[in-house]
Structures are given as structure tokens and as C-alpha cells.
Design a protein around this ligand. Structure first.
Ligand SMILES: Cc1ncc(COP(=O)(O)O)c(C=O)c1O
Length: 402
């Protein structure tokens, strides 16, 4: 009597919603003694704590403005800084109406879907891809056409046939979502030729491209590829980047640039979502940027993470069985490892027993697959733990193969 009947009350979306596979692993990963290669977390020991703490002077100077509600599209001095700082990558200084500051890139994706996706509409995604993108897009009712990846990223030559097949099925294809640099999880970089081809296909089928690029600044070797945004002459690309991996994810500040008609719609959706991204967070990040710390800090993290990447490469080479398949990434956060014949869900349990965590491959495939893959993040674990973690992983594999 008087009990709430949740089944009848929950929305269809809430009834269908699945937990984030990575967040669900946290209780296991956070067990004392477990070395975590799991979450895509930056190294907290490299956070610019003193520099960031110093930015709070801006509260004293501009507190009456900063502690007030802010513009939905973002804090002006942060937008101005980003328009200039990003101009070389964007191919030009973008206009204020093309930019939106978001509460993480995660919100950027959500607003993008809210503006474009009706339940049942199709987004073309990479196979594998970032589970957070699958989660958000699914929440908004998207269905997926998946395109496999190789060392050069999404195999865009397959796009026309995949899109045609979906259309034949009566689906409305709206967008292509691609993580262009040091893809999560595969580490691949979409080649310049493929970027051009992807844009060509998007034009042919009148699709909007979501170019997700949280790892693009984290290149440890080689030259940057041009952004798809900079190649686009038809105004159909949204480029999203974030302070999460290059400053601090706790700031929850990210930005996107895109066609002003679409950005305007996203602003309207954001008004109803959170009114504006925390002005306090934006103002501190803006102050940090204006004091010149982005340019001085980035080389430090590149140096720090490239060493960690090399150390995971050396440890994997030494300890993993010879049939383990992976490429050493040239940037980003992740190794994507195939261990033929091993079920990564079982391996995860063995890994926790042995004291090492990673993310099982299945989490990255929207329509199934990836059972013999794992994603290992090299940025978070202590440098001294990377080798021990690789040894434990090898032992867990051996346990399963025994
Ligand atoms: C590819 C990709 N996009 C977006 C995000 C979300 O980033 P943010 O912290 O800016 O919401 C992540 C986080 O790991 C990511 O890997």
C-alpha cells in the first residue's frame, strides 16, 4: 500500500537505459591494490594544481559578473581565447555564433543529438567507438550504422554502401560521428585522404559530421592532420574539443564550433538543460588560458604521457603473449589489444583477482563484437605500476589459457 509503481512511472527512455559500462566497473577498479588501466583518466600528478589555484584571483576582480548566471553560449573571454588559439587548426578564426561552450564534450554530443535526432534516426559511428557517445546517442533514440576501423581510422570506403543499405531499410541517416585523432579506443588517426573522402560522402548524402577531438592536442610524434572542419566548404561539420584531457576533467569545460544555424539550436536546447555551463569553471579556465598556461603546460603533459606510452609499449612487449595484437599509439591515452581466443569479460574477472583492471572490448561496439579485445589506458597508472600491471595482465591471460 502506498508503494510507488516505478514500472508504470518510468519513461520509455529510462526503462531502456543501460548503465555506462566503464562507470559500472569503478567499484572493482577502485579496490585497494588494483592497478587501473581502465578509465580514460588523466594523471592527477600532472594536473597544474598551483597554476589553476592561482586563477582564482579573477573571482576577486570580476566576482560580481562571474558569480551571476552567464550567457548560454559561453563566457565571452573564453570564447575569444579559443577562437584565436584554435584558428590554426580550424583554418580560420571562427565567429562567436559558431562556438558553444559545453559542460564537457559529453554534453556537446547530447545537444547535437537533441538538435538533429528523432527516435530511429541513424548516426554512422566507428566500430569500435567511445561508449559514452553510444550511451548519449542511444538516450536520444539514435540507431547505429557501424563502420570498422583499421590503422588509418574509419574505413570510409565502406560508407556509401552502409548508408545505402540503411536507406533501403527505410532509415533516415543524419550524421557521421568520428573520433579523428588517437581514437578511443583504437588509438587510430583518420588519415587526411579519408578525412577528405568522409566529407565527400557527407556532402553526397547531406549528412552532418561530428568531429570529436578530445585527444588531438596529445600527439607524441609526427605531424597533425588537418581537421575535417578546416576542409569543409559546405558548413556541415561540428568540431568538438575539451579541456578534460589537456587541463582537467573536473573543470567540465569543453567547446564546439559548427554551423551557426545548428549551434543556435543547440544553444536553445542547452537553455533547457543547464542554462549555462558553470560560469565559475569557465572563468577559471579562461584565466588559466589568458595567463598563457595552455601553451606552457601542454609540452609538459606531452613529455610525461609519451614516456608513459613508451613504458606501456615496452612492458607489453616484454610480458604479453606473442599472439597479442596491438599498435603503439602515436598519441592519446590508449592501447587497444586483441588477445585471440580470450573472452575479455572472463579476463576482466581474472585481472581483478590478479590486481589489474582494464575495459573489456564489448563496451566499445554499439551492435555487438569485440569479445577478444581490451582497452588499456596508460596515462592514469603510476609510472612505477605500468610494468607490474602488464605482468599481472599477462598472468591473468595465462590463467585463462591454462
Ligand atoms: C572520444 C571522447 N569524446 C568525448 C569524451 C567526453 O569528454 P568530456 O570530459 O569533455 O565530457 C571522451 C571522454 O573520455 C572521449 O573519450
Amino acid at each position: 500500500m502506498g508503494q510507488v509503481t516505478w514500472d508504470g512511472l518510468f519513461s520509455n527512455q529510462a526503462r531502456e537505459i543501460k548503465p555506462s559500462p566503464i562507470r559500472e566497473l569503478l567499484p572493482y577498479i577502485n579496490k585497494p591494490g588494483v592497478i587501473s588501466f581502465a578509465g580514460g583518466n588523466p594523471d592527477p600528478f600532472i594536473f597544474p594544481v598551483a597554476e589553476f589555484a592561482g586563477t582564482s584571483v579573477v573571482l576577486g576582480r570580476r566576482g560580481m559578473e562571474i558569480l551571476q548566471y552567464g550567457a548560454t553560449d559561453g563566457f565571452e573571454s573564453l570564447k575569444d581565447f579559443l577562437a584565436k588559439w584554435m584558428a590554426p587548426r580550424m583554418g580560420r578564426a571562427t565567429e562567436p555564433g559558431e562556438m558553444l561552450i559545453t559542460t564537457g564534450s559529453q554534453q556537446g554530443m547530447d545537444l547535437f543529438c537533441a538538435a538533429l535526432i528523432n527516435p530511429g534516426d541513424v548516426i554512422v559511428i566507428e566500430d569500435p567507438t567511445y561508449p559514452g557517445a553510444i550511451h548519449t546517442m542511444r538516450n536520444r533514440g539514435a540507431q547505429f550504422v557501424t563502420v570498422p576501423c583499421d590503422a588509418d581510422g574509419m574505413i570510409v570506403g565502406l560508407l556509401p554502401e552502409k548508408i545505402e543499405a540503411a536507406k533501403k531499410d527505410g532509415k533516415t541517416v543524419k550524421s557521421i560521428y568520428t573520433i579523428v585523432n588517437f581514437q578511443n579506443p583504437s588509438g587510430a588517426v583518420l588519415s587526411a585522404d579519408r578525412r577528405a573522402k568522409l566529407l565527400e560522402v557527407a556532402e553526397q548524402y547531406d549528412l552532418v559530421v561530428f568531429e570529436d577531438d578530445p585527444y588531438g592536442h596529445l600527439r607524441y610524434e609526427g605531424e597533425h592532420e588537418p581537421t575535417i572542419f578546416s576542409m569543409d566548404e559546405t558548413g556541415r561539420v561540428v568540431y568538438a574539443c575539451s579541456f578534460s584531457k589537456i587541463l582537467a576533467p573536473g573543470a567540465r569545460v569543453a567547446w564546439l564550433v559548427g554551423p551557426s544555424e545548428l549551434v543556435r539550436k543547440m544553444v536553445l536546447v542547452k537553455q533547457g538543460a543547464d542554462i549555462c555551463t558553470s560560469v565559475v569553471a569557465q572563468a577559471l579556465v579562461a584565466q588559466y588560458c589568458l595567463e598563457g598556461h595552455m601553451d606552457s603546460f601542454l609540452p609538459k603533459i606531452l613529455n610525461h604521457y609519451s614516456k608513459k606510452c613508451a613504458s606501456m609499449a615496452a612492458s607489453f612487449k616484454e610480458h604479453l603473449p606473442p599472439d597479442a595484437e596491438y599498435r603503439v599509439p602515436k598519441g592519446g591515452f590508449f592501447f587497444w589489444v586483441r588477445i585471440p581466443g580470450v573472452d575479455s569479460n572472463e579476463l576482466f574477472k581474472k585481472g581483478i583477482e590478479r590486481g589489474v583492471a582494464f575495459v573489456n572490448g564489448e563496451a566499445f561496439f554499439a551492435n555487438g563484437g569485440g569479445e577478444d579485445y581490451i582497452r588499456a589506458c596508460f596515462t592514469f597508472a603510476r609510472p612505477s605500476d605500468i610494468d607490474e600491471g602488464a605482468k599481472r595482465l599477462a598472468l591473468a591471460i595465462a590463467d585463462l589459457k591454462a
